[in-house]
Write a protein that binds this ligand. Sequence first.
Ligand code: 5AD
Length: 467
Amino acid sequence: MPSVFIKTYGCQMNERDSEAVTAQLVAKGYSLAKSESAADVVLLNTCSVRDLAEQKAINKMKNLVGTAKKDRPNQILGYMGCMAQSRGQELIEKLPDVDLVLGTQKFHRAAEYLDELLAGKREKIVDVEAEAKSEATIREHLLNGSAKTSVSAFVSIMQGCNQYCTFCIVPYTRGEERSRTIDDIVAECRELVARGVREITLLGQIVTSYGKQLPLTPSLSPSDGERVAKPGEGQIKKMPFVQLLDAVHEIDGLERIRFTSPHPKGYGDDLVEAYARLPKLCESAHLPVQSGSDRILKLMHRGYTRERFLAIVEKLRRAKPGIGITTDIIVGFPGETEEDFELTLSLAREVQFDNAYIFKYSQRRDTPAADMPDQVPQAIREERNHRLLELVNEIAARKYDGFIGRQVEILVEGPSKKNAARYTGRTRCNRIVLFDGSARHQGQLMDVKIERTGSFTLYGDPAVVNL
Ligand code: 5AD
């Protein structure tokens, strides 16, 4: 049977899509190649969020074409995912040795198309059509892929985004919001837990909008949804996403629940309250703020102000003290002045993010921001990136140091990639902890005492081992 190698660019959704395609191919008898050069099929799962990510995948494909021509003339080469979706046929016109272009609604067709290409039945395949119900097709898991994947799994709950932030290409690469049903998602989670998974991360481009597009059944209607009583504060309506959290929380044997990516405006009282109410929901929240300037937030079409964002952070910290809060920030959005940028710096100082991912604004075609006036010169984007990075790293390092001497609960994922003698786990607030462990610790929840810190890493000592 043929062997396959998949290289993944971009976000966790892409990681998950690659896993599902790999699992699908393995189920059909494919083996996993150790390297690109040893594979019969090489697929690049691409990212379009920034130009750099696209250029990386294109350059990689050029290299692959070069080596394939020399050493493996029958090798099948394909693009899949976001750039495949947004560029389609154009990718083969540019590089005629590419055989397959598979869009974001077509992952489940990978095996069928590769069979046709390998058998020589078709020469080229480009499929970037929309497909109804494709959101429910990303469900196969490869739990024995590595030690880590058997402890913690990602489950895709929805596809697409209707927010249309002016900088963002995602609505065009992933399409309109479409959600799987609660029953379908819970069934997948149950199966994973039965296979040994202890932590599930619910995934989507905008998970807080989960279920808004589903037919309004009594249990899913945002307006008629069930109500939860909160002592002294009357009743809070539960949006479909919180109803999903409740349903997943019921699964016996599941220890931890996470989700990504939410939109800050989705943190209503029902979701904030869920952090306090659901013990399995880990106290970690990724709140992509993008900018600290109201003027820029409006131009970005984010749907919240700085003040509202700060209020959400405060509510979360009140509901769950010690909650880990991370963010995404774009520097150099069109029209961003020094004054706007300083508002972003002051917001970062005020919130004290546990970690922040900083992106230099990248013009994406067909997005409104690409045509906005006052595009910021590249040198200024670089300079702001540098200044903000210094600040957020300094804050993050201080926060990491605050863990020294504390005892924290970790879920042990497996051996560390860099040093197999060390084991790695995560705290509930999503920090990586390394410690001297062994195979028997894998999949265990255990307490460790933090002895020292490294760059975005805590080093722990198993103070009390729950075995
Ligand atoms: N340029 C730079 N960064 C971007 N992001 C999304 N689109 C762009 C763009 N055009 C960033 C946002 C988002 C993260 C996943 O990528 O910060 O939250």
